[in-house]
Design a protein around this ligand. Structure first.
Ligand code: PTJ
Length: 236
């Protein structure tokens, strides 16, 4: 899937390396969504649902792995989609936009021709964000993110939800809610969770979501994922 994305021009060579790193961690997780990841998915889905202005940040890897699920999730929770690339080129952002549009996305933020604001403390291309997207968001979903930007977004007061197979990465540690799981499994599970929550009676739903957010402890959740991985190593 990722190799196809690379051939289509969505993914950069560095993305293949990042994917390989992810696969190694996924192997240690047993290639399935763990119980701590399920807890994080519930907290993350709740945080996105109560959010006033949620935004999903999409890079090349994510577009190659699960463009349709991203579009479905964004429509379900009313989130904006922003293409935000570490290795930005106009050609690649256009291809990613086309891919997302082919699954029904109507508005894609973050294109080069749009006015950008700069996150001052960052050096990479990821510092350029859309004034109607990540800059305005109160909650940002950042699958496969780099640590610098996660830290910067948290400092800006945003709720950051990360998806990262490496529970020790700076992104995983600095996000408010980190789902240690493969994005390809996580996004469809978030869709199921959002639908499940949406079907609850409103007053009960609010209680359930509030509790899921309040009880979530990112540090402890990461330790649980790490411990699962260590256990799997010990057993093999
Ligand atoms: O498309 P661009 O230009 O924005 O570039 C995207 C990459 C992925 C190349 C860029 O963001 C990058 O270099 O990312 P990093 O710093 O390597 O971080 C990627 C993190 O995501 C690592 O911790 C990986 O373990 C993890 N990861 C890789 N594949 C997956 C994943 N996490 C969840 N699901 C995956 N499928």
């Amino acid at each position: 899937m990722l190799v196809d994305g690379y051939r289509k021009g969505l993914v950069v060579p560095e993305g293949l390396i990042a994917h390989g790193r992810g696969e190694a961690f996924d192997y240690l997780l047993g290639e399935k969504t763990s119980s701590p990841a399920r807890t994080a998915i519930k907290a993350a889905s709740s945080a996105l649902m109560v959010s006033r202005y949620p935004v999903i940040s999409v890079n090349g890897n994510l577009a190659a792995l699960c463009a349709k699920a991203i579009v479905d999730l964004s429509q379900l929770i009313g989130a904006k989609i922003e293409v935000n690339l570490f290795y930005r080129t106009v050609k690649r952002e256009g291809l990613i936009r086309k891919e997302l549009k082919s699954f029904g996305a109507t508005e894609i933020l973050g294109m080069s021709r749009r006015k950008k604001l700069i996150i001052p403390e960052l050096q990479s291309e990821r510092r350029r964000v859309d004034p109607s997207g990540i800059m305005k968001a109160d909650t940002v979903l950042v699958p496969l993110e780099d640590g610098d930007r996660t830290e910067a977004l948290v400092k800006m007061g945003k709720t950051v939800v990360a998806i990262d197979l490496n529970p020790m990465s700076r992104t995983a540690r600095s996000a408010n809610i980190t789902i240690v799981d493969n994005a390809i499994r996580t996004i469809p599970k978030m869709i199921t969770m959002v639908k499940k929550l949406r079907d609850l009676r409103q007053d009960y739903r609010e209680k359930v979501m509030k509790k899921a957010i309040k009880q979530f402890n990112n540090h402890n959740n990461l330790l649980e994922s790490e411990s699962l991985m260590r256990g799997n190593i010990a057993r093999n």
